[in-house]
Design a protein around this ligand. Sequence first.
Ligand code: SAM
Length: 203
Amino acid sequence: MGILKNFFTNCAHPKGKMGRIMLSMMNFSHAPLTNWGLNLINFKEGWTMLDIGCGGGATIKRLLKHSKNSKVYGIDISQESVAKSKKNCIDLLDKQVFISQGSAEMLPYESGKFDLVTAVETIYFWPNLPGCFKEVYRVLKPGGRFAVIVEDANKDSVWTNIVEGMTTYSTEQILTMLRDAGFSQTESKNKKPMYNFITGVKA
Ligand SMILES: C[S@@+](CC[C@H](N)C(=O)[O-])C[C@H]1O[C@@H](n2cnc3c(N)ncnc32)[C@H](O)[C@@H]1O
């Protein structure tokens, strides 16, 4: 159980060889959830977008396909995730794709920069989630959207016993935090058994 727990800790903060394996697994295993969630967004050409907790960079590549002539920024707290995302997007790096190491708590971008911010399977690990949501609100343009895409929207999840540092939130809790951060047009959509899309727009 110790080994398994150690391995799954790489979901929260991928590190070293096991972290690299986890990132490759997540690029593959999160594809159906991410594709389902992104297909609910009405993308426009030329957007500037940010993927927080970008992991292995698969969502960055999908965002580029959804909005032509766009720019996509990725940020992740893990050095390993940043390296993997950069490798995955090497052709467009520092031209159309910009990847940094950092936390959702303090985003290194000017206010009002992004048309869309996405967070796929990552909010479980953000400290001070209400504060992070306010930070996302700050970096969005007026009219910009925040899309939270998660498999686990059950506040009593079994995964929190397996993955160190993981906290799960119900859809209602996430919607309330979005509203408290200032978001309007908040709504959630789900597909059984466990795909959840929770969103809000900066007024
Ligand atoms: C379960 S992985 C998901 C990765 C990717 N979004 C995907 O769907 O495959 C969670 C990611 O969130 C990152 N992360 C955790 N806490 C973070 C924080 N405070 N700010 C930014 N990224 C964070 C982790 O380093 C990890 O790469």
